[in-house]
Design a protein around this ligand. Structure first.
Ligand SMILES: Cc1ncc(C[n+]2csc(CCOP(=O)(O)OP(=O)(O)O)c2C)c(N)n1
Length: 589
């Protein structure tokens, strides 16, 4: 059945039909026609943000906790370009979002019209797909396709740019009964032969490691992964994007690999004879110097995106497919192999060795003589908020400490900007997560630098009743950059002092985060000593009707360890400044 509508009404109807319940955005001239019918939608809640970057990250946060496609909306020109960072972020971390932008009227496209930007061209390399719509009749089909493309296969951002005249035109509405996307057919079912080959390699290996990436979370393969690990007793490492894909409390879990990974996780990869890579992409932050990465390992590489396979490291057994199906099939194949050929995986000596390294080199830190240790703050938040809480982090030292010192027990519990490393991600991502998880506890763990990039979304949170909790790990500096200056630039602290702490210029905290929180209609708290730590966190936990911001004033010289310097081999891991693990007493299998 067809119906006469405007393009704008058609857009809202199509979004409703795609199941959208939340849009984060800001109106402006070109998108304005769409905001009129949006005003009447009973299904869609539009959340007016304070900056389009916030809309994009909020859509990401919403998508990551719900497993659905997040939606953000902006006007043409600067509205659209303000979305670019979040779109790039979603692309790098494979987060399904649809970004809808208004475009100048079609007769103005290409004339440098007011607020014209070729947002499709600008975002071409950072979107999974994009559309420029100039014909109102195309709107329902494009929306249906955009949601399908964003949310299936390897998820990612899709841009829908709609010319103003297309929104204003009269059209007929018809939701497509089926999608015609002949060039887009993601392979989800793994090939049986490849799975058999993988199972054979697993049974033959002596030192296998399950190298788990964010794809396992996206594929909702948590339960399957646990079965595979427990059945085979193969040690597990979870990348920064995969924290929560396997419980931190599990004996087999060696932690996070990479530049700031645990000694056990890094050592396991380096000494392995078989990496079973599941939804991971051999990112340079994990491999370190690629030519020295896991030198003795064969590679089973399972990914839904064939372009990832053998991109950085040649795979011995490539498997294209959805991680949940791949892992389930691997489990079945390993069971069959045991029953029929008496081939079992036995890596008990290897497991014991890795658990020995894990016990010997837990992540840890020394408390400072004076002041509050940032790691303690994060440990206590995790202990008090418990495993049901969800966490979003900014980028920097606090992000790495959160990755290590929060106990992650379940998938979709941890949101962070892994691939792009976008400062300013935490507050809006937490906002989007809280909208997706009403009534649940959502913490943003942020740095004083990152927080200053997007904290205006506190206004959105306060007005829209989105009671996130923000822990600002305030070391009064761009801490991660300062750490590199300490280690690599002879302690020459060029442009990393932020003056947000008690020792800032003229003893003025600029800004004073407590006052800033209150100005934004939030509760502001401050904690400067360990003696007050638990009480402050408990107070924040007791406030559920407003956002809370805690200024945790921490000691500024704390560093993130372990560390492998950029471009160095993983074998050069340090557990403290100029201190390497003592491998001499390790028996290498
Ligand atoms: C948008 C953006 N600009 C610059 C950087 C480079 N950068 C990475 S970490 C960092 C410091 C972050 O400081 P802060 O938020 O205070 O966190 P801390 O490291 O102190 O925990 C900077 C500037 C970045 N990642 N993103």
């Amino acid at each position: 059945m067809t119906e006469q509508l405007t393009g704008a009404q058609s857009l809202v109807r199509a979004l409703e039909q795609a199941g959208v319940d939340t849009i984060f955005g800001i109106p402006g001239g070109a998108i304005l026609p769409a905001y009129d019918p949006l005003f009447d939608s009973k299904q869609i809640r539009h959340i007016l943000v304070r900056h389009e970057q916030g809309a994009g990250h909020a859509a990401q946060g919403y998508a990551q906790v719900t497993g659905r496609v997040g939606v953000c909306m902006a006007t043409s020109g600067p509205g659209a370009t303000n979305l670019v960072t979040a779109i790039a972020d979603a692309y790098m971390d494979s987060v399904p979002i649809v970004a809808i932008t208004g475009q100048v009227a079609s007769h103005l496209i290409g004339t440098d019209g007011f607020q014209e930007a070729d947002i499709r061209g600008i975002t071409m390399p950072i979107t999974k797909h994009s559309y420029l719509v100039t014909d109102a009749a195309e709107i329902p089909r494009v929306i249906a396709e955009a949601f399908h493309i964003a949310g299936t296969g390897r998820p990612g951002p899709v841009l829908v740019d709609i010319a103003k005249d297309a929104l204003q035109a009269e059209t007929t509405y018809a939701w497509p009964s089926e999608l015609a996307l002949p060039g887009y057919r993601p392979t989800t079912r793994p090939h049986g032969k490849q799975v058999r080959e993988a199972a054979r390699l697993i049974a033959e290996s002596q030192r296998p490691v399950l190298y788990v990436g964010g794809g396992v979370i996206k594929a909702d393969a948590f339960a399957e992964l646990k079965v595979l690990a427990e059945m085979t007793q193969i040690p597990v490492v979870t990348t920064l994007m995969a924290r929560g894909a396997f419980p931190d409390s599990h004996e087999l879990h060696l932690g996070m690999p990479g530049m700031h990974g645990t000694v056990a996780a890094v050592a396991a990869l380096q000494r392995s004879d078989l990496l079973i890579s599941l939804g991971a992409r051999f990112d340079d932050r994990v491999t370190g110097k690629l030519s020295t990465f896991a030198p003795g390992a064969k590679i089973i590489h399972a990914d839904i995106d064939p372009a990832e396979i053998s991109k950085n490291r040649a795979a011995d057994v490539p498997i294209v497919g959805d991680c949940r199906e791949v892992i389930a099939d691997l489990v079945a194949m390993l069971q069959k192999q045991t029953a029929e050929d008496d081939l079992t995986v036995d890596c008990s000596a290897w497991k014991a060795q890795m658990l020995g390294i894990k016990a010997k080199y837990p992540v840890g830190y020394d408390k400072p003589e004076a002041g509050l240790a940032p790691q303690t703050v994060i440990e206590r938040i995790s202990a008090i908020a418990g495993p049901n809480a969800t966490y979003a982090a900014g980028v920097g030292q606090h992000q790495m400490w959160a990755a290590h010192y929060v106990d992650f027990e379940r998938p979709r519990q941890w949101l962070n900007s892994g691939g792009a490393g976008t400062m300013g991600y935490a507050v809006p991502a937490a906002m989007g997560a809280q909208v997706g998880l009403p009534g649940e506890v959502v913490w943003a763990i942020d740095g004083d630098g990152c927080f200053q990039m997007t904290n205006q979304e506190l206004a959105t949170c306060a007005i829209e009743n989105i009671p996130i909790k923000v822990a600002v790990i305030n070391n009064s500096s761009l801490g991660m950059v300062r750490q590199w200056q300490t280690l690599l630039y002879n302690e020459r602290y060029s442009n990393t002092d932020l003056n947000t702490g008690p020792e800032s210029i003229g003893a003025r905290r600029i800004p004073d985060f407590l006052k800033l929180a209150e100005a934004y209609g939030c509760v502001g708290l401050r904690c400067e000593s360990e003696a007050d730590l638990d009480a402050t966190i408990e107070k924040a936990m007791s406030i559920t009707d407003r956002p809370v911001v805690i200024d945790f004033v921490v000691e500024r010289d704390a560093m993130v360890w372990p560390m492998i310097h950029g471009g160095a081999s993983n074998d050069e891991i340090q557990i403290a400044r100029d201190l390497a693990p003592d491998w001499d007493d390790e028996e290498v299998l």
